[in-house]
Design a protein around this ligand. Structure first.
Ligand SMILES: [Zn+2]
Length: 119
């Protein structure tokens, strides 16, 4: 064991705790983000394969891609989002889709997609 000054040890412990929290946040995002799940990257999360069934992934693919209008560029998706805002006061978010390689619109706020509760 390397001997460290107390203040340096405290700093390192603080950074390690931050890293743990960050890793937990990343796992949550990987498990819940429509774009990430759609990309099939869900398999990289250690806990996801046992928690998520093929049926659930397929359902997610359907909801996040197949059932939605796809835009070829973020600009086109952005202009559709502006139209929705102007006509229906709908605030939509753009996300890239790696199933169809296009862009979709969703009402789900970023913090909800990341698994956090809205404030
Ligand atoms: Zn798609």
């Amino acid at each position: 064991m390397i001997s460290l000054p107390d203040d340096l040890r405290a700093l390192l412990e603080e950074k390690l705790a931050e890293a743990d929290q960050l890793a937990a946040d990343v796992r949550t995002i990987l498990r819940t983000s429509p774009a990430v799940v759609a990309a099939g990257r869900i398999a990289v999360t250690p806990s996801a394969p046992t928690e998520t069934t093929d049926e659930e992934i397929e359902d997610f693919r359907r909801r996040s891609c197949v059932s939605k209008k796809s835009y070829s560029t973020p600009e086109r998706a952005g202009s559709a989002a502006q139209t929705a805002l102007a006509l229906r006061n709908e605030k939509l978010r753009i996300y890239p889709c790696t199933i169809c390689r296009g862009y979709h619109l969703t009402k789900v706020p970023l913090d909800v997609a990341a698994g956090r509760l809205p404030r």
